[in-house]
Structures are given as C-alpha cells and as structure tokens.
Design a protein. Structure first.
Length: 340
C-alpha cells in the first residue's frame, strides 16, 4: 500500500474554508469526515509534484459535486420537482462550460460555487483539461437526471446510465490534471482509453451500489440501485442480487487489468501512463473511502479510520468471485472487450 496521503494539510484546510464560505457545512454535523476522505483520495492519484493550486481546485470542485449529489440529485423530493431540477442542472452545465461567466447575487448557491471552483481550475490547468472536465460533468449531470426519472429500467439501460452519473469521466480528468500534462487527444479519445475509463467507473459504481444500498433505503433516496434492478427484472432474492452485482463487478476488474496491460506499453506517453496508473489508484481510493466515509454508511455506525482500512486484511475478499473473462451480455458496454 502507498504511504498515507501527501496532500499538504494547508490545501485541505483551504478547501474546508472554501466550503464554509458557501455554507456547505451548515446542518452537516458529519461532513467533516468528507474532507479527510477527499484528501486521502487525492493522495492516491496525485504526486508531491502536483501544484497546490491544482489540488485546491480539484478539492473544491469535488466537494461541490458531492453537495450537488447529496442535496439535489439524491434529495427525497428530487422527482417531485422536475422543472426546478432541470433548470438548475442546465444552469450549472452552462456555468461549467463558459469561461468568464458572470455570476450574480441572484444565482443559486450551487451555481456560484461551481463557477468559483471551475475558475480556479481554469487558472491552474490547461484548457484541454477544463474542456474535458466540463464535458465530463455534462455527461454526469445529464445521466443523473435521466436515471432519476427511469421507471423500472432494464439492466443494460441502468448500467449505461450508472457509469456516467457516477462521474468516472470527471475523475479521469481530475487524475490527468495531477500528472505531467494533458494526455494527447489521440490517446485520450482512443476507444481503448475510453473503454478503460468507463470500465473503471462502472466497477466502482457497482461497489457503491452494494455498499450504500441500505443507507439509500433508510434515507428515502429516489435513485434506482442495481441490486433492485436485478431483484425486479430477474426476481432474484436480495442475497442473490448482491452476489450477481459483485460477480459483474469482478468481471469488470478482470477486463480493467487486461485493458491496463494493453495500454502500458513502452510507446505510451508519460501522460497516458500516469492516467492509467492513476485509474488503478482510484479503484483503491474508492473502496477505502466507501468503507470509512459517513456519506456511504447509515448512522449510527462505528466507522473504521482510514489507517484501519488499509491495515486490516479482513476488509478485503481473498480473491475475485469469478475468473470469467468473456464479455458481459449488455450491448451498451460489451464493446469494451473488443479492445483487450
């Protein structure tokens, strides 16, 4: 395991101060836990050479996205106010995509905060990065609204919505921002790299579906969960649906390892190599954060500390649940296996 996060403590403190300036800590007695988890995740896929201004911008945009997810998209009333939800999401996307957008005091708090965080990144990062980030957020928010209003989705429909609304294309850009420079377009846009990013995203999203299932039910969150999709569509028991979800997740892990090996060739640019290796660290960070972050666990729960998570082998399965490397039978994602 890598060393504990090297993110400067000053950066984490600045991000916390930034959150407080927008009131994101109000009525959130447990939200302080997110800051330490965020710093941990950044420590997984950044380096000591990553500029503090980049880390700060990433920290702010990530915390902003978590608030948007928790307070808007996962709010129990989200489905009952579609007009308000659509208007806010369209405004947010416009702000993220528009350099120099002029916010006003009348703009929604999340619009103003998103503009602030994005402007930080525009100052600290290359235009290729911020353009890709805005595109990633458009995919995330569009899919999140779509999934929110799905009525009894099939498995394939759920999965292609889920790997986008989980934010993988966004996280891939954030990882790339921490590296030596933007991955060249010819590598970034290649089918193999895009398959890798989407595969990693869906793998982590399914982990999240299993881990947060009971919390979502207890809090009345409106989002559909893959465990429920399997129970409804196949008539599977809860235990069987969980086992199937884990098996699909493990088949994605096997594909990820194959795609990773194909991309990490001597011909890969330093930026591509950094991205691919960073996505592997993201898998680890996602699992660790899920185990110890309060936002993924119902209260009251005695949560393990980050150092306990990495030092306790009992938290990890001894092996994958399957060795099946054949493509999954879902048209929207089966093409990933063509690029192994």
């Amino acid at each position: 395991m890598p060393e504990v996060s090297h993110v400067p403590s000053g950066v984490a403190a600045e991000v916390t101060t930034w959150k407080e300036s927008y009131g994101f800590l109000e009525d959130r007695p447990d939200s302080g836990n997110c800051g330490s988890v965020l710093a941990w995740c950044l420590g997984r896929f950044s380096t000591p050479q990553t500029p503090p201004a980049v880390l700060r911008g990433i920290g702010c945009i990530t915390e902003w996205a978590l608030v948007l997810d928790d307070d808007v998209l996962d709010h129990a009333d989200a489905r009952s106010r579609p007009g308000d939800l659509f208007r806010l999401m369209c405004r947010v996307m416009r702000v993220l995509e528009s350099p120099g957008y002029r916010v006003t005091a009348d703009d929604h708090l999340l619009v103003r905060a998103g503009h602030d965080a994005m402007e930080q990144l525009r100052t600290a990062c290359a235009p290729a990065h911020t353009t890709r980030l805005a595109t990633g957020f458009r995919r995330l928010l569009t899919s999140a609204v779509h999934k929110l209003h799905l009525d009894r989705p099939g498995e394939d429909e759920y999965l292609f919505s889920r790997f986008q609304d989980f934010g993988g294309p966004v996280y891939a850009v954030l990882i790339d921002m921490c590296g030596p420079g933007p991955t060249p377009d010819e590598e970034w846009d290649s089918p193999t790299v895009q398959a890798l990013i989407e595969c990693v995203t869906l793998m982590c999203a399914l982990e999240n579906d299993v881990t947060s299932f009971h919390k979502e039910k207890a809090e009345g969150q409106p989002s559909t969960n893959f465990v429920d999709v399997l129970r409804t569509g196949r008539g599977a028991s809860f235990d069987r649906a969980v086992a199937l979800t884990v098996e699909i997740r493990d088949r994605l892990m096997l594909l990820f390892l194959q795609l990773r090996e194909r991309l990490l060739t001597p011909a890969a640019t330093p930026s591509l190599r950094y991205l691919v290796e960073g996505l592997g660290q993201f898998v680890i960070a996602n699992t660790e954060a899920t185990l110890c972050a309060r936002r993924y666990n119902p209260l009251p729960v005695r949560l393990p500390r980050l150092d306990q998570v990495i030092r306790t082998p009992a938290f990890w399965a001894p092996s994958l649940s399957t060795d099946d490397t054949s493509p999954l039978p879902y048209p929207s994602i089966s093409w990933w296996w063509d690029h192994r």
